[in-house]
Design a protein around this ligand. Structure first.
Ligand SMILES: [Zn+2]
Ligand SMILES: [Zn+2]
Length: 151
């Protein structure tokens, strides 16, 4: 598996061994939706203790293996652009559901140009969109005539 090889290489380059626990957490991260720490801890309970999950996530973040996706003052984690193609997300403020938006060249060019205009060489950026998913829009409509509340 290509991803696992890459993980091994990053760990080796940093004089770290690939352990069963580290690999287990890495596999949990290979999810198609970003996850919160609580979700990752939940999914590990039978195999890895909470402290180890935190420690490994911390290590992975320092090594650039994972990155934070900020949603308001909270965040979720997902594999970094080394493992996944660069992309952005839309998250639902009703149910927390998150979907990836595929990379748009025009958008990326526009962002690069914004950087250039400010005389910056950009090394990274985040663009996270928020709103209500289709399910939540339906639920809201059913519930009453109450308008959707923007936060
Ligand atoms: Zn929703
Ligand atoms: Zn982008």
């Amino acid at each position: 598996m290509k991803e696992e090889k890459l993980l091994r290489k990053i760990l080796e380059d940093n004089h770290l061994r690939i352990t069963k626990t580290r690999l287990f957490i890495f596999n949990l991260l290979q999810n198609n939706e970003p996850q919160s720490i609580a979700e990752l801890v939940d999914r590990s309970t039978t195999k890895v203790d909470r402290v180890s999950v935190y420690r490994i996530l911390d290590l992975y973040e320092k090594l650039g293996i994972i990155k934070r996706i900020n949603i308001g003052w909270k965040y979720k984690l997902e594999l970094s652009d080394i493992f996944l193609d660069h992309h952005h997300h839309i998250s639902c403020i009703g149910c927390g559901h998150m979907v990836a938006i595929k990379e748009e060249e025009e958008l990326e060019d526009l962002i690069d140009n914004l950087g250039k205009a400010a005389e910056f060489v950009l090394t990274s950026h985040q663009l996270e969109l928020q709103g209500y998913c289709a399910k939540c829009q339906k639920r809201q409509k059913k519930q009453s005539a109450q308008p959707l509340r923007a936060i």
